[in-house]
Design a binder for this molecule. Structure first.
Ligand code: PEP
Ligand code: MN
Length: 343
């Protein structure tokens, strides 16, 4: 149910109304855009609750039921794109954000040398996994908390933000201490306990699309996070499983314009996992800016062939540098500035 409020409603009056709704057994969230103020009732409405119940409440001008399950990710309460501001880096605005770094954090030296290169070429967010979801239990599982410390130190040394994956509900609070963005990986997109746990975190969440998730399932996963209390979700298309086996995944570039119609959340592309083949990564990053994604997350290494994980899809720092200059050119044509690190 969405309650459209009187234009002149003041914040304290809105909070009083929310208290009253809470007393009536409903959980709410507010949406405010310019002159348009609404309260969305997210929990407690079932078939026994009708529009009439809310019509005569103070401040309420109009009541409409939600038309789908996307109460918070959809455009019911927010029409314009949401912008996630992390220390001045605005994701979802009109700048293209580049996140770059190795698949896994391998050592302090490795992450520092990669951070140095990618920041020089304009990345603003350093990526690197410390908890790795590996297909085989015998593969490198990541450096854990020590890796996160290396990532944080390297990001700070080069004026970058950082993002890393959290795989377990037990680790959310710890990972959150080190990173600026919590990554929720493709394999965990339907791990509902983890979605709720990152929903209670204070840091923004980079939510990867599941390997076989439909758009609706992807958006429902984001809805879990937001309805648990965290509005700052960045969607990431990272390729899906199709009948094609030559490439690791099939990057669904159409996800960007299609999801744009359905949600106000920022959308980025991961061309590395999206294709799995190094040479295809820069062209797919070009495609990402061309379809007006809000950014990319790319695997980069100073010695890509020696990457402990995902070597085949990891590009060199030289290839990254060339990719960045092409992105700037495409961005110029489209009026989309590629955000540069302030080093
Ligand atoms: C990653 O980004 O390191 C990763 C494991 O990605 P995904 O969850 O998309 O496979
Ligand atoms: Mn990887």
């Amino acid at each position: 149910m969405i309650l459209f409020l009187n234009k002149d409603a003041q914040m304290n009056e809105i909070e009083n109304l929310r208290d009253r709704l809470r007393f009536m057994g409903f959980e709410t969230t507010i949406g405010i855009e310019e002159d348009h103020k609404v309260i969305a009732i997210t929990h407690g409405v079932d078939s026994s609750v009708c529009v009439e119940l809310f019509k005569d409440l103070p401040l309420v001008e109009k009541v409409t039921p939600f038309d789908d399950n996307f109460k918070l990710v959809g455009k019911n309460i927010r029409k314009s794109k949401s912008v996630i501001n992390i220390n001045g880096i605005e994701i979802g605005k009109d700048e293209f954000i580049v996140m770059a770094g190795p698949c896994s954090i391998e050592s302090r030296e490795q992450i520092f040398s990669i951070a140095k290169e990618v920041s020089k070429d304009g990345a603003t967010i350093l990526r690197g996994g410390a908890f790795k979801p590996r297909t085989s239990p015998y593969d490198f599982q990541g450096l854990g908390e020590q890796g996160l410390q290396f990532l944080r130190d390297a990001a700070d040394a080069f004026g970058l933000l950082c993002v890393s994956e959290v795989m377990s509900t037990d680790d959310v609070a710890m990972v959150e201490k080190y990173v600026d963005i919590l990554q929720l990986g493709a394999r965990n997109m339907q791990n509902y306990s983890l979605l709720k746990a990152v929903g209670k975190a204070r840091k923004p969440v980079l939510l990867k699309r599941g390997l076989s998730a439909t758009y609706k399932e992807f958006l429902s996963a984001a809805e879990y996070i937001i309805s648990s209390g965290n509005p700052n979700v960045i969607l990431c298309e990272r390729g899906i499983r199709t009948f094609e086996t030559y490439s690791r995944n099939t990057l669904d570039i159409a996800a960007v314009p299609i999801l744009r119609e359905l949600t106000h959340l920022p959308i980025i592309i991961d061309p590395s996992h999206g294709v799995g083949l190094r040479n295809a990564v820069p062209p797919m990053a070009n495609a990402a800016i061309a379809v007006q994604a809000d950014g990319v997350i790319v695997e980069v290494h100073t010695t890509p062939d020696k990457s402990i994980s995902d070597a085949a899809q990891t590009i060199s720092t030289t290839a990254f540098s060339e990719m960045m200059s092409t992105l700037r050119k495409i961005g110029m044509v489209l009026g989309m500035h590629v955000k540069e690190a302030q080093v």
